[in-house]
Design a protein around this ligand. Sequence first.
Ligand code: 5BU
Length: 449
Amino acid sequence: MQAREDFLLKAYELGIIKFGSFTLKSGIESPFYVDLRPLASSPQLLKTLSNNLLQLVDNSKLELICGVPYAALPMATTMSLESGIPLIIKRKENKGYGTKRMLEGVFHDGQNCLLVEDVITSGKSLVETIDEVEKEGLVVTDLVVVLDREQGGIQRLEEKGYNIHTLFTINEVIDILFKYKRLDEGEVKKIKDFLSMPPQAPSRKRTPLQDKEVQHPVGKNMIDIALRKKSNLIASADVVSSLELINLAKGIGDKIVALKLHSDIITDFSWDLVTELRTIAREKDFLLFEDRKFADIGNTQELQFKQGVYRFADWVDMVTAHPIAGEKSFDVFEPTGVVAIVEMSSAGALTDDYYVSKALNIAQKSADVFAVVAQRQVPDDLLLLTPGVNIDKKGDSKGQQYNTPKKVFSEYLTDFMIVGRGIYKANDPVAAAEEYRQQGWKAYEDSLS
Ligand code: 5BU
């Protein structure tokens, strides 16, 4: 007992657990944050920990040890050195070239592999990891975990038939830290209250459109139109002739907040078309949204935006741009509203978590950006636009991935959905637009409560 407490107090001094207010990956606000990576900074503690973990399992049947990246990697390595059981390394992501294996090292089918993990919360990611290891032909029966956050993870894995051995539970950690006066009573109460809440407690609530703190005039305009029309629908008019485009705009104009265009796919693009579109947009009360996806240095983007065949600056209300060239590159669009693309809907897009967080950071720093395109919840000061929405289809043969209106409004807390083929390819585009408008608005209203 004393040894466990000693270990924990020393680990605490290294900063493996912090108290305050932290937003977890799931969006949930937590009063504490656990990060076991600093343990590797004390070789002695790492060794003690690794031996404690080894003692939790019957070593005789184990043939391999594998740590879940990254925090458990030094632990698994030390366990391997201490026990003589060979180590294999699991990749966090497939490197996409070469052998394409998820596991590195020498192993063969049917070997029993012990998985090592730092913290278990809901157990979801651990289930995915086990799947990946089993897909490589290995057998997983046992897992060792340093800390159980007591959010249902153990049960989830036990139900699937795995033996899961944990060193500490979070409640135990809190009790020990309280006993040794590292936490006071108020802090303990706050943490215990949090731990006793249902694990799937909703993260942030949706802010109703009328209460959004959007400063940009184009963003404000979008919200006003949405409320007037009870619509959160942006139609993507990916048709290739002026005639089709005009017909579509006239037909669905009063159901949408914006008409999204790819001007460079229109075979007979002309200034007459622009004039007519502007007239329809004014009559039917919607915005013109050019999905140009600018992705160059500011100077070039300025030329592309203001010069050339399309001269977007003269007639569009809003444009899409990638944040790839940095926040200054957005300045050239002023006063047109900028929608920054931080995450794409297609399979295999490079916009992973790291990209998204950096891209959001750039988007938030620019006064010209009022909205972003993404497939996840974003900070409340930006409007969220989500493409890849279709009621009937799951995807196409070219990588597009679809969600339903219900999913994007309830899960991502999307503000506006973007629908292309679901409308313009429908037998009756006007009826389809009305169906999407109704479903979208209902999903939004449902997500308010
Ligand atoms: P669809 O027919 O509903 O699949 O059309 C979607 C539209 O949204 C299409 O114009 C795309 O260029 C656009 N889009 C997208 O689908 N996914 C993205 O991540 C981005 C834009 Br950014």
